[in-house]
Write a protein that binds this ligand. Structure first.
Ligand code: ATP
Ligand code: MG
Length: 873
């Protein structure tokens, strides 16, 4: 039996023999593409070639690509674990032709590989072809059907609809029919009863699609119409795990050697056994599947977090924790314990797993712990909602409550439902869905962009001169109009541009497009769309066909460059000081500030911060000149000792930026020498996830401003202290003095209160059987706090009331005290004071025996006191 590893190699060897260039997998986490968070198909890394934005380096390529399908167009998350053939992360084997071979070869080779190399049983295979779409004027793909007929019986060629058999890159762009290969893995007895033909595309767990061959031959325009694609493309994708099932004669992906070692580890850690109880099986599959995804995401630089791609990873982790909690009895963090088994299984092929083991484990454990706490909070909240529902004599809890649990506390719906079921309660699912829909609409409206077709002004190549020049002569090649939140703007592509398009954490340039007569139109920002540099403009120049001067805002560029170079120096200083476990986990460089995220397991102490600042500033003073290498093959860059960040794409030649011992792969723009940075200051250090710290810093003018501010601040303090030369001693002295004064005031108040108490006792009056002291004064009402406890003791057995009206510094306040016998007789100071306070336009409250109120109208004091007296009569 072929092992998984051998199957992967055989695929590559086969296509190499058909003159394909074998390339490495691109990273699973996609950086620098606003339209895609994760690689979800083999073709992603070739998108720019297919769109014609990048040159065709090799017309035929093949690879095995790590994919993740948990968001956006492909989201299989809810299937994973419940079925046995969808994963979150999986490998996709693929072969491509960019304007080279087309359907005939693609089909012939797919067939040859499956039936001759792997010797899959032809009797178990079926293929589909696009049935056509009259609405779009598209015929059945008779071309593909005709080619298939050379290899496979006619009754095994099945028509498929547009949903299954017509592939589109997006709302616009390359598209075309596709042809899928399905395999029937059922037993002979089952196959004899029902033909596999009837089960294709029927969600049968053992009649599944293994390979999709896409024939891109059209381009879809914004108005929905199709035009022929000049360079036809073959794009195929075959699920590696599913292929292993077919070749190894299994019926579930989890029974192959790809997953068996992981399932075994899950069983050992959780004390459960696979294939005994259906629910436990689902949970074990979920855990075995998800741990791969989470670990690979972390090594790829995507940590769990509360936004975007990080949130997707967090949700996958939480899903596994929750299945473990509910079905595997795991009340403590346990996922992180699977990492050694994962490294055992996959560490050889993916050395980054072993290299980052500590970080992976720490991050996962902390996420697990924090989610388990959330789960417990959620369970308590749910308990309360259930109790209230039962108390109200109902059996259904509101969908809005369930949504709040889900949305605010991350409490999953199916767990809510499970707990409700155990308590014989139900949930109003329509309300829940309505809430969910509302939230989705809000998100969609905020993000929706209406994109027009490109208007081509002229054809031509694009040249970037921004590493060497700040301005250049240029022409507009094409532009399009976009509308977002009712605001329109334009994306403009220039023939030659000095504008750096946002990438690798460095923000894009801004500047101007200037006509020959000197009129400038602003370029707000520069971004990259499918590797195409697009200049963002609020309005277009009047005549888009004329010649322009493109000119960047050099002040902002210089500030961004200082920050970018300082980021490299910071990286170097951190590694030198803290150790080589420090690895870049993210970075943001703008003209104003730089932000650098890196792996490190404890707080960077203030002393270490100081040392890092000193080290960076020293490199700045050494004024080290930039040593730039463009177009260096990756191997040479590595030999130089460059710190490679996240994985590089195939065939990339790289750019190396070097300042002395700081050597990094980087596409950004940099200071000509470190001296240009001027000054470097760290403004904050914090934690952004387990094992990941963030440093924010400023340089050059911004650092100067920071120092100015600190100095101004200090000067103001000095002035307040009569320009004393020794600020610290002066402040200490002040603090001591004021503590001393406070003590004196307290003593004085105490004495005052005692005198007052004695004179008040003389003035006690009798109202019925109640002893009353009333007291209107301009005293500080704080004295009441000293007097009342005394009255409380003295009149413990007597009916007694003390009512005080203080108008202190113009502000009226009321105090009412009742002795215990009064409270026992039903008098309530808290209630009474709310009524009385109305006379002084105020409010307050308290307990039955004692209450206070403040107000705005001192003139109402007499009436307020009278009201209280009347009330006890
Ligand atoms: P399905 O209908 O089974 O979800 P698909 O139509 O989404 O498959 P494609 O987008 O054509 O699949 O992807 C190409 C191949 O990748 C499929 O033929 C299949 O073998 C594999 N594949 C797709 N999704 C997954 C997944 N979630 N887990 C494992 N393999 C997958
Ligand atoms: Mg799918």
């Amino acid at each position: 039996m072929l092992a998984a590893k051998e199957i992967r190699e055989s695929f590559k060897a086969f296509f190499a023999s058909k003159e394909h260039q074998i390339v490495p997998s691109a990273p699973m986490v996609v950086k620098d593409d606003p339209t895609l968070m994760f690689t979800n198909a083999g073709m992603n890394q070739f998108k720019n070639i297919i769109l014609g934005n990048d040159p065709i380096k090799y017309p035929r390529v093949a690879d095995s690509q790590k994919c993740l399908r948990v968001s956006g167009k492909h989201n299989d998350l809810e299937e994973v674990g419940h079925d046995t053939y969808h994963h979150t992360m999986f490998e996709m084997l693929g072969n491509w032709s960019f304007g080279d071979y087309f359907k005939a070869e693609a089909i012939a080779w797919a067939w040859e590989y499956l039936t001759e190399v792997l010797k899959l049983d032809k009797d178990r295979l079926y293929v589909t072809v696009f049935e056509g779409s009259p609405a779009e004027g598209l015929d059945r793909d008779n071309e593909a059907a005709g080619i298939w007929a050379k290899y496979i019986a006619e009754d095994r060629i099945i028509n498929g609809n547009k949903k299954d058999n017509f592939w589109e890159m997006g709302d616009t762009g390359p598209c075309g029919p596709c042809s899928e290969i399905h395999i029937d893995l059922r037993s002979d007895a089952e196959r004899a009863q029902v033909s596999g033909r009837d089960l294709v595309n029927g969600d049968h767990p053992q009649v599944i699609e293994i390979w999709n061959n896409v024939f891109m031959q059209y381009n879809r325009k914004a108005d929905g119409s199709l035009e022929p694609l000049p360079n036809k493309v073959i794009d195929t994708g075959m699920g590696f795990e599913r292929l292993c099932v077919a070749v190894q004669g299994k019926t579930s992906n989890y029974d192959t050697d790809v997953f068996q070692p992981l399932l075994k580890a899950v069983g050992e850690i959780c004390g459960t056994e696979y294939a005994k109880d259906a629910k436990v099986d689902v949970a074990m599959r979920v855990v075995a599947d998800h741990i791969r995804t989470i670990a690979f995401a972390i090594t790829d630089g995507q940590l769990p977090s509360n936004a975007k791609a990080g949130y997707v990873i967090r949700r996958i982790l939480r899903r596994a924790v929750r299945y473990g909690y509910t079905f595997l009895g795991q009340r403590q963090a346990f996922m992180y314990k699977l990492i050694p088994a994962l490294i055992d299984n996959m560490g050889e092929a993916y050395p980054e797993l072993g290299a980052q083991q500590t970080l992976i484990e720490k991050v996962i454990k902390e996420e697990e712990d924090s989610f388990l706490r959330t789960l417990e909070t959620g369970i308590r909240l749910l308990d309360r909602v259930m109790a209230e529902t039962k108390a109200a004599g109902k059996t259904e809890i509101s969908g809005v409550d369930a949504f709040t649990l889900y949305d605010t506390y991350g409490f999953p719906l199916d767990l809510t439902e499970l707990i409700l079921k155990e308590n014989a309660l139900t949930l109003n699912i329509d309300d829940f869905n309505a809430e969910m829909q509302k939230q989705k609409d809000r998100a969609r409206n905020a993000a929706a962009v209406e994109t027009g077709d490109w208007v081509v002004v002229r054809e031509g190549d694009i040249e970037f001169v921004g590493y060497d020049q700040t301005q250049c002569d240029t022409q507009i090649l094409r532009y399009r109009r976009l509308v977002q939140k009712n605001k329109e703007y334009y994306q403009v592509v220039l023939s030659c541009t000095p504008f750096y398009a946002e990438m690798g954490g460095q923000v894009g340039d801004s500047g101007w497009l200037i006509t020959e007569d000197g009129n400038g139109v602003e370029i707000r920002d520069t971004k990259r769309e499918n590797n195409l540099p697009v200049h963002i403009m609020s309005k277009l120049p009047e005549d888009v066909t004329c010649n322009f001067l493109a000119k960047i805002n050099t002040e902002k560029r210089a500030a961004a460059e200082a920050n970018h170079t300082a980021t490299h120096l910071l990286h170097k200083a951190l590694r030198d000081l803290l150790g080589t476990h420090v690895e870049q986990k993210g970075s943001y460089v703008s003209p104003e500030v730089l932000r650098f995220d890196f792996s490190h397991f404890q707080k960077v102490t203030p002393e270490e911060i100081r040392k890092v600042e000193h080290a960076v500033n020293k490199l700045i003073r050494q004024n080290i000149a930039l040593d730039e290498h463009r177009d260096l093959p990756i191997e040479e860059a590595k030999a130089m000792g460059a710190m490679a960040l996240f994985g590089e794409k195939y065939g990339d030649s790289v750019r190396v930026i070097r300042y002395g011992d700081s050597i990094e792969l980087c596409g950004g723009t940099h200071a000509q020498s470190t001296g240009n940075i001027g000054l470097f200051r760290i403004i904050s250090e914090s934690s952004i996830a387990a094992g990941v710290r963030r440093i924010e810093a400023v340089t050059a003018e911004y650092a100067e401003h920071l120092v100015d501010e600190m100095q101004d601040h200090q000067n103001s303090i000095k002035e307040l202290l009569n320009n004393t030369p020794d600020v610290i001693t002066a402040i200490k002295k002040n603090l001591e003095e004021s503590a001393d004064l406070r003590k004196k005031v307290e003593n004085f108040m105490q004495e005052r209160a005692m005198m007052l108490r004695d004179s008040l006792l003389q003035r006690a009056e009798e109202i019925g059987d109640i002893k009353v002291i009333r007291h209107i004064s301009n005293e500080n009402p704080e004295t009441n706090k000293i007097i009342v406890p005394f009255f409380r003791g003295k009149f413990a057995d007597v009916k007694f009331m003390y009512v005080a009206g203080n108008v202190f510094e113009g502000k009226p306040s009321l105090t009412i005290f009742f002795s215990q016998p009064m409270v026992d007789a039903g008098f309530n100071a808290g209630k009474l004071i709310r009524e009385a306070a109305k006379f002084i336009q105020g409010g307050g409250g308290g307990q039955a025996f004692m209450a206070t109120a403040g107000g705005k109208n001192p003139d109402g004091m007499d009436e307020a006191i009278n009201y209280v007296i009347e009330a006890i009569k």
